[in-house]
Design a protein around this ligand. Structure first.
Ligand code: ADP
Ligand code: ZN
Ligand code: ZN
Length: 734
């Protein structure tokens, strides 16, 4: 017997510490990664065991006892347990909260790790024979049996029957007792369905696959840097299929599920039913089941969004991060992790290869590829017969523009329609017009709760703030000078859509932005309509840029490329270039050549000549040199301490004292603590916001400093007066 009688438990609270509990009366000490039910003040909470010790700051008699051990086998496999510990240290976030994030909601409660088994109902031979002899008054029984008789050999889930017949459960119990129906375990479609054959890979794809194959079983990070339409997905599929055939699991991360139904369909077609999909649209039960299938290994492939990077795996074999540059991998609040970076660490701990794929890699990954830390795999041309589209820059200083559209763009869309092809029009903002201004006195419609303008949504007759969502009826006259001289300035998707309908009355125009795109099914429906050529012109926001493979789109128009060029955020140009290259990448993905038209008031910007040549590598090279000269990431580590409060002075006061405390931290050598400043948009949703940047060239020193500093802040009295958070490797500087 071990002398260790105390377990250290991570609890779902925002404190950077573990909690000690007595475990001396337990038969067996729970292992790391197992859940325990423990008392916390007057509540009972579920925590995760993170260690054992012999003594605590409190005498044993004063410690509270573990109420119950919930898992005999640790819920978190060792590799995942280690990963979460690392993540809590790296992001300086409370371990208990990190572990909560990693668990499906249902497992954060006192309930068994294994979901209830799913079974289907099937009709028995006796049931078939008895079908005709059921007396007419037993209508429910008859209906259930009819449904079961019509179903195929795998039967029907109880839920389907309940939605058709009232009291289905009672009826089924009776039928089972009679020997007319039985419960069966459903057969996963993997063994039933036929699978799609892989394409014949081209030379570049083949070379990438060979390199990936050679890395099986050891930690190797790869950057799969392939132009849009170069067949990266085929490379993932090949690698994943090989991994699965070796009996290992693949974890595949994608930016947004609703925007990638095609990718899922391709994985499903290739790999069959051994796929578990994890995303925010699942119910708690569905999520728990998918999580469990990953945990026990019955799902050969686990595909999901950001938080799926924490999916448990029984036999990890490879990790894929598709569109690795995508901002949605970064969690923007609470535990602010970056799923791509966690994926790389996870691959290292699990000793498996990791593939980061993109046509426009993040500069961080690009720098790692250039320095040799990542293996650089390149697919330089499009797969099959498609060519890269021709890009043309249109100078807004020399062109007249109506509703955002210049004559060359209108002409090109007209030509495209007459050829029976589709065009895609990319607008920065949703709504009708981003500014409502009085031409008489200069008044503008501003949000009352944010330092921002309200956007006019003309169809609903409202002005809406896109930062906090607050809205009001659109004003008819100027509230300041009472004249009816209000003018909607600038263009949003609705205005462009209306203009296109006016110019091309016969064309089928559809809009896709987050106003349209309520439920995920609606987005899927619009994307499907575009693929089936039921649409001539698709107008939308950057939602359009994400990975879609539309066969009929040959023209892409970008109405304004200037947002981002002079952004306050040092990542502005990178983001702009990525967006332009991605949206351009939707044009001409089949035999017909594609064209891209980009309107800008700054055609001289060097980024555009790179764009015309599809030279992302050249752009990245320039940008990295600038970053190095300016002392920006990836050459220097950043962390941002953010604070917000409803009281205007409070965030800066807090940050000033935090900066002062930071200067007194003994481990601060090599760390630069900047001056606290108000956020670029200081007021948002009624809260004032400020931030403090700290940076260092030395990663390990930086983390030592952050650990001491953040712990001190947490314990300070000032911290209780504001809402604060630490953001390591911030992706947005506001
Ligand atoms: P990416 O993920 O790089 O954007 P995809 O994998 O979606 O590219 O491929 C783009 C298109 O090219 C798809 O329609 C795909 O079916 C096709 N494709 C990919 N690889 C090949 C190949 N080796 N031969 C023929 N067509 C291919
Ligand atoms: Zn006015
Ligand atoms: Zn607002």
């Amino acid at each position: 017997m071990s002398a260790r009688k105390i377990v250290q438990v991570a609890l779902p609270v925002r404190l950077r510490r573990l909690f000690d509990y007595r475990a001396d009366d337990l038969e067996r000490l729970p292992a790391d990664g197992a859940r325990v039910l423990v008392p916390l003040q007057k509540r009972k909470v579920v925590g995760i065991v993170c260690g054992r010790r012999e003594s605590s700051a409190l005498p044993l008699a004063k410690l509270r006892r573990v109420i119950r051990v919930l898992d005999d086998v640790p819920l978190l496999p060792k590799e995942l347990f280690r990963l979460l510990n690392w993540a809590a240290r790296y992001y300086h976030h409370p371990l208990g909260d990190v572990m909560q994030t990693a668990l499906p909601v249902l497992l954060r409660r006192d309930r068994s790790a294994q979901p209830k088994p799913v079974y289907h109902w099937r009709i028995c031979e006796a049931g078939r024979q008895g079908l005709d002899s059921i007396p007419g008054r037993y209508r429910a029984q008859r209906r259930v049996l009819d449904l079961l008789a019509a179903a195929d050999g795998t039967g029907l889930p109880a839920g389907t029957l309940s939605s058709e017949v009232a009291n289905a459960a009672t009826v089924l119990a009776r039928l089972e007792a009679q020997g007319w129906a039985e419960k069966v375990t459903p057969v996963p479609p993997a063994t039933a369905g036929t699978r799609e054959k892989p394409l014949i890979l081209n030379q570049a794809q083949q070379a990438a696959c060979t390199a990936l194959d050679a890395a099986a079983g050891c930690y190797t990070p790869f950057l799969l840097d392939g132009v849009t339409g170069s067949g990266k997905t085929e490379v993932y599929l090949d690698c994943v299929a090989r991994t699965v055939s070796r009996g290992r699991q693949a974890l595949v991360l994608v930016p947004e599920i609703s925007l990638t139904p095609q990718l899922i369909a391709r994985f499903q077609a290739r790999l069959g039913g051994s796929l578990a999909v994890l995303h925010s649209g699942l119910t708690d039960t569905e999520r728990h089941r998918a999580w469990w299938r990953a945990r026990e290994g019955s799902a050969a492939v686990v595909l999901g969004t950001r938080s799926a990077v924490f999916a448990p795996l029984a036999r990890p074999g490879v990790i894929v991060v598709d569109e690795e540059h995508d901002l949605s991998y970064k969690q923007r609040e609470g535990f602010r992790y970056h799923a791509r970076d966690i994926a790389v660490k996870r691959a290292q701990l699990a000793e498996v290869p990791v593939i980061l794929g993109s046509a426009t890699p993040s500069l961080e990954s690009m720098a790692n590829a250039l320095s040799g830390r990542y293996r650089h795999l390149r697919l330089k041309s499009r797969a099959g017969s498609a060519k890269m589209p021709r890009v043309k820059i249109l100078d807004l200083n020399r062109l007249a523009v109506n509703d955002g559209l210049s004559a060359p763009i209108v002409g090109a869309i007209g030509d495209c329609i007459s050829r029976g092809q589709q065009s895609l029009v990319f607008v920065n903002r949703r709504g009708f017009a981003p500014v409502v201004v009085c031409t008489q006195c200069g008044w503008q419609a501003l949000c009352r709760r944010c330092d921002a303008r309200q956007t006019l949504h003309r169809r609903s007759g409202r002005v809406i703030c896109h930062h906090c969502g607050s809205q009001a009826a659109a004003p008819i006259e100027c509230p300041k000078c009472q004249t009816q001289t209000l003018f909607p300035a600038g263009e949003g998707t609705q205005r462009v859509e209306e203009a296109l309908v006016r110019i091309f009355p016969k064309a089928r125009v559809i809009r896709l932005d987050s106003d349209v795109a309520g439920p995920p099914e609606e987005i899927t429906r619009v994307l499907q309509a575009v693929r089936e050529r039921e649409v001539d012109i698709l107008v939308g926001t950057q939602m359009l840029s994400k990975g879609h493979d539309f066969a009929g789109v040959t023209l892409v128009c970008v109405l304004s490329a200037d947002q981002g060029l002079y952004s306050l955020d040092f990542r502005g140009p990178e983001r702009l270039f990525q967006q332009l290259a991605q949206v351009s990448g939707r044009a001409g993905r089949r035999e017909s050549p594609g064209a891209v038209l980009v309107q800008t008031a700054h055609p001289e910007s060097p980024a555009f000549s790179r764009l015309e040549k599809h030279d992302f590598a050249g752009f990245a090279g320039d940008a990295l040199m600038e970053r190095q000269a300016a002392g920006y990431p990836p050459y220097v580590r950043f962390a941002l301490l953010r604070a917000e409060s409803t009281r205007s002075g409070a965030p800066l006061t807090f940050l000033r004292s935090a900066a002062l405390a930071g200067r007194a931290v003994p481990s601060r050598e090599g760390v630069e603590i900047m001056t606290p400043v108000p956020s670029p948009m200081e007021r948002r949703a009624g809260r004032y916001r400020a931030q403090l940047l700290v940076r260092s060239k030395d990663e390990s020193r930086f983390h030592r400093f952050l650990e001491d500093w953040v712990l001190g802040i947490e314990e300070s009295t000032e911290a209780a007066r504001v809402r604060w958070s630490i953001d390591v490797d911030p992706q947005e500087m506001y």
